[in-house]
Design a protein around this ligand. Structure first.
Ligand SMILES: [Zn+2]
Length: 457
């Protein structure tokens, strides 16, 4: 369990003198333009330095030994070895001692809204969007405190709750990661995201996410953007947690996928395709989607297609979730039939990950948190490393590579001048023990310290 009493963010009144940036309450989002005006040069107000034995800056080089990051307002001003960086006179220094400092972590596949452990069919019949928003706030806080300062949220059961969650975080009403949100995922009738998998006499009229045929898909994309979605999630194949078409089967036609991308392009936005089976994966890549999520049964041909689209399309696997479903599925409210769907996929999914790794793809970090409890996102690292990924590569997956995947590399993902001051620290060396990332001890988001178990005891 997390130490809840360590929670200090967004409560400036309880921060003691000398604590950093106590006046900064509203944390600007990566989506919106920066922030408070920087103080005049030489004025140390709003400036803080963070020092640590090791800095992994997310750019892929060797860690900086005895490093320091100077933060001004919500941005990183400079970073380097302490001997080479001038800390403005009077600026407080947060000395993290023997810790390792890294960029804030990024998870490209979460479902933050709602209570974990309640199956989505139960949610639709017995729960309200209000409950989903409240639990979403708690889940967002747990995710942030675990070191994930940016998430792409892949859609709530109750449409658009994620948009309100994003906005409440951006405006500083509640703590949470910077969010890129899907709004209302787009599904074919009888497909993975069909919310009407009940008796034909039971309807959920408030969930309008079915789109069949190119015109309906185009309308669904436009409706999402009209209501504030940042990107479109489309279900290209069946899913594990569904009774619809099997995970391996393609659900949307090539034409339907293509029109989703074409319409999103017009809005300057991206399409993420949920896809398990190889034909659906390849149809999604051909259509021009930004990410293929899960990608469980990705084959050599699909990997070659992604290599040809390097920098434009990414395979975004979710691996730990399979273990969570098999180990804890019943406790997580997952029906036996859906646990069996996962059992049939999991080993192949691991083989496919190794194949993509061997092919040299950049593979961003994602988890499907929400199927399992939020805040456990970092368990994905150990699975990836156990399958052959180098620890540094796994860290880059959750920092620079993830930021590039969603086009946010100028805002987050590395410790570099001008990026948001999103920093996390662990007590030990994650290159020696990747599970250190499951024990994040310090979190700063946009220059504000939201967790510090290292210097405040
Ligand atoms: Zn998902």
């Amino acid at each position: 369990m997390k130490k809840r009493e360590k929670w200090i963010g967004f409560a400036p009144a309880v921060m003691t003198a000398g604590m950093v940036l106590a006046t900064m309450v509203v944390v600007p989002s990566a989506r919106s333009a920066p922030a408070a005006p920087a103080p005049a040069a030489g004025d140390a107000s709003g400036v803080v330095a963070v020092r640590a034995a090791r800095i992994i800056d997310g750019r892929g080089g060797a860690p900086i030994r005895d490093g320091v990051v100077v933060v001004r307002g919500d941005r990183i001003e400079s970073v380097g070895a302490a001997a080479t960086i001038a800390v403005p006179a009077g600026a407080p220094v947060v000395d993290l001692g023997g810790a390792t400092l890294l960029p804030g972590l990024i998870d490209l596949h979460t479902h933050l809204a709602g209570e974990v452990g309640v199956h989505w069919e139960e949610q639709l019949i017995k729960e309200t969007p209000g409950k989903h928003a409240l639990w979403g706030a708690r889940n967002a806080r747990d995710t942030l405190l675990a070191g994930f300062t940016t998430c792409r949220d892949m859609g709530p059961t109750w449409p658009y709750v994620d948009i309100d969650l994003r906005d409440a975080i951006d405006r500083g009403a509640i703590p949470g990661p910077r969010l890129m949100v899907a709004g209302n995922y787009v599904s074919a009738t009888g497909g993975a995201g069909d919310a009407r998998q009940f008796s034909i006499y039971v309807d959920v009229p408030l969930v309008q996410n079915l789109a069949d045929g190119v015109d309906a898909v185009r309308r669904a994309v436009r409706t999402n953007f009209k209501h504030g979605a940042d990107f479109v999630k489309i279900l290209a194949t069946g899913a594990v947690l569904s009774k619809g078409v099997p995970p391996g089967a393609q659900q949307y036609s090539d034409d339907e996928l293509r029109v989703a991308v074409e319409e999103a392009d017009r809005w300057g936005r991206q399409v993420a395709a949920h896809a398990h089976g190889a034909p659906g994966i390849k149809a999604a890549i051909r259509a021009g989607v930004r990410t293929v999520d899960h990608g469980s049964l990705i084959d050599e041909e699909a990997i070659s297609m992604l290599k040809a689209r390097r920098g434009k399309a990414w395979y975004v696997p979710t691996l730990y979730v399979g273990k969570a479903i098999l180990d804890d599925g019943a406790a997580l409210g997952i029906p036996a039939s859906e646990i069996e769907r996962e059992r049939a996929l999991m080993e192949t999914k691991f083989v496919c990950f190794r194949r993509a790794l061997a092919a040299g793809l950049d593979i961003p970090f994602s988890t499907d948190a929400g199927v399992f409890p939020h805040g456990r996102n970092a368990r994905e690292f150990a699975v990836r490393v156990s399958l052959g990924e180098k620890p540094m590569q796994a860290i880059l997956a959750a920092t620079r590579v993830a930021a590039e995947t969603i086009g946010w590399q100028e805002r987050v993902g590395t410790i570099e001048t001008g990026r948001f001051a999103d920093l996390v620290a662990v007590a030990g060396d994650p290159l020696a023990d990747i599970t250190e990332l499951e024990r994040v001890r310090f979190v700063m988001k946009g220059g504000e310290v939201v967790r510090d178990d290292l210097t405040r005891r």
